[in-house]
Unconditional design. Structure first.
Length: 112
């Protein structure tokens, strides 16, 4: 069996709960799937990753891949960007090395 060398460690935050995550590229198709697997929330990502419902929004510490995806541009979402965090749809975030050592906070619901 091939040994995995580049694990990605980050922290998921939901309310007062912090969960350390250790994963690797391509273990999950996107961040939404990982969050659903770890947190088992039925109300999270209701459009199943189509980028339309905005129920899978997260804040990510540091400026990770701040360019808007096509779905984010088309949906007219008001993505918040500043120097220390970015708000994104987790279904549009690919799990890669850019997530390493980040704090990813689950937003309580839609922002609009």
């Amino acid at each position: 069996m091939k040994q995995i060398k580049n694990f990605i460690d980050f922290v998921l935050v939901q309310g007062d709960e912090e969960i350390r995550v250790k994963t690797y590229p391509r273990e999950y198709g996107d961040l939404r799937l990982l969050i659903k697997d770890y947190l088992r929330r039925d109300d999270f990502g209701q459009c199943t990753g189509m980028g339309r419902c905005a129920t899978c929004m997260v804040t990510i510490s540091s400026n990770i891949n701040s360019a808007l995806t096509q779905n984010e541009r088309l949906s007219n979402l008001h993505i918040i960007k500043n120097t220390d965090r970015v708000v994104k749809l987790s279904c549009q975030v690919i799990i890669n090395d850019q997530l390493a050592n980040k704090r990813i906070s689950i937003l309580p619901g839609r922002l609009f």
